[in-house]
Design a protein around this ligand. Structure first.
Ligand SMILES: C[S@@+](CC[C@H](N)C(=O)[O-])C[C@H]1O[C@@H](n2cnc3c(N)ncnc32)[C@H](O)[C@@H]1O
Length: 359
């Protein structure tokens, strides 16, 4: 089962999956199978990213608990886990329709602190259209705002001259006037449709997801039955800096406490590696403390690829679990292509159990 989860591939059109890109998202089928393989009423993802595990926990009728240090993660995973009523969805769509009309012909640039960061990345009219929507959202009905922010966030890279979420390469393209505003309306309608589908599929009585900004090394949550997570692969992404453009547009805080960041390795391999080992022990111990006896921790992680070689993640993950008092249940590893680095990378999945309290 773990090996199959690592090899899950292909598009999935289930619930809110697919709404909003998120770097290194777990495959929804992998999340579904990993959540489904272990019992318990509650599921934690302490590195919840775009919320893939949380959506699958909701679909399985579990209490979903998500934590992450990235404010963009919080925005996206809350929107993806929203079970908003039809009334709220209708109000959200109506507001977006009016805002789109106004934005199509907007000519007002953002104020200087925002403009200074964003203007190099957008055609002027695209920037004005985003600005018109951004300025309007605080006046929208309160319950609609988080969904509108998430919809706006979902298009900010696509309409920019950034190549992608994970590449800051500048690629200029021509988007005719008005198309950014129209895309916003489309994304709002898509999100509303997906939320309605999720809500209809979530078993009655399932609590709303509990999602907050928090460092996995300092979790403060009620005990949970199961944790399923994919922590940052060492030296692979800079999750917080990657989202700078979004954070500036959306007025989000910077976030702090990212572990395994690529920039740490650029600053010095030995120190970065030592710190990553400490961080891995720390978060694993904290999650283990929050597991009920008999509860499971499932970790999906890939090796790090650095200029000087590979950072093995399998041995440190097992060692951290042992240190935290967990017992190994199963493991699998597969080799997968990393196209961006034109290389192969080992990815691993582990299941650990917290022993029932011994007398
Ligand atoms: C591999 S991604 C998770 C992707 C997620 N499984 C999904 O499907 O979208 C790793 C996440 O860990 C977060 N992160 C990094 N350091 C963290 C920390 N100390 N505590 C909590 N989250 C952290 C990053 O912001 C990023 O969202």
């Amino acid at each position: 089962m773990l090996a199959a989860a690592l090899q899950a591939a292909g598009d999935v059109d289930r619930g809110t999956h697919g709404f909003h890109t998120y770097p290194a998202g777990l495959h929804p089928d992998a999340a579904r199978d990993l959540v489904g393989a272990f019992e318990g009423a509650s599921v934690l993802d302490p590195f919840c990213g775009g919320g893939t595990v949380l959506v699958e926990a909701l679909l399985a009728g579990r209490r979903a608990v998500g934590r992450d240090v990235s404010p963009v993660s919080q925005l996206v995973s809350r929107a993806r886990c929203s079970l908003a009523s039809d009334e709220v969805l209708t109000a959200t769509r109506s507001w977006a329709r009016r805002a789109t009309e106004a934005a199509r012909s907007a000519t007002q640039p953002p104020e200087v602190p925002i403009r200074r960061v964003v203007e190099q990345w957008y055609a002027p009219h695209a920037m004005w259209e985003i600005e018109s929507i951004r300025r309007g959202i605080p006046e929208a009905p309160q319950a609609a705002r988080p969904l509108l922010w998430a919809a706006l966030s979902s298009l900010l890279i696509k309409v920019s001259w950034r190549r992608s979420d994970t590449s800051a390469k500048r690629v200029k393209h021509r988007r005719p006037r008005g198309t950014t505003a129209v895309l916003f309306h489309k994304k709002v309608r898509e999100l509303a449709r997906r939320i309605a589908a999720l809500r209809d599929a979530v078993p009655e009585g399932t609590p709303e997801a509990d999602i907050a900004l928090q460092d996995a090394r300092r979790l403060q949550i009620e005990p949970v039955d199961l944790a399923v997570t994919s922590p940052p692969y060492p030296s692979t992404y800079d999750y917080l800096p990657l989202q700078h453009l979004r954070r500036v547009w959306l007025g989000l805080t910077d976030g702090a406490g990212e572990i395994g960041a690529r920039r740490d390795w650029r600053d010095g391999e030995r120190t970065a590696r030592r710190q990553w080992l400490i961080d891995t022990r720390d978060w694993t111990t904290r999650v283990a403390e929050k597991l009920r006896p008999g509860g499971h921790l499932v970790v999906v992680i890939g090796d790090g690829l650095t200029p000087s070689g590979t950072v093995d993640t399998s041995e440190p993950t097992e060692e951290a679990a042992r240190f935290a008092g967990l017992q190994a249940v199963a493991r699998a590893s597969v080799q997968r292509a990393d196209h961006a680095r034109q290389s192969q990378r080992w990815e691993h999945a582990f299941a650990f159990v917290k022993p029932e309290e011994s007398s």
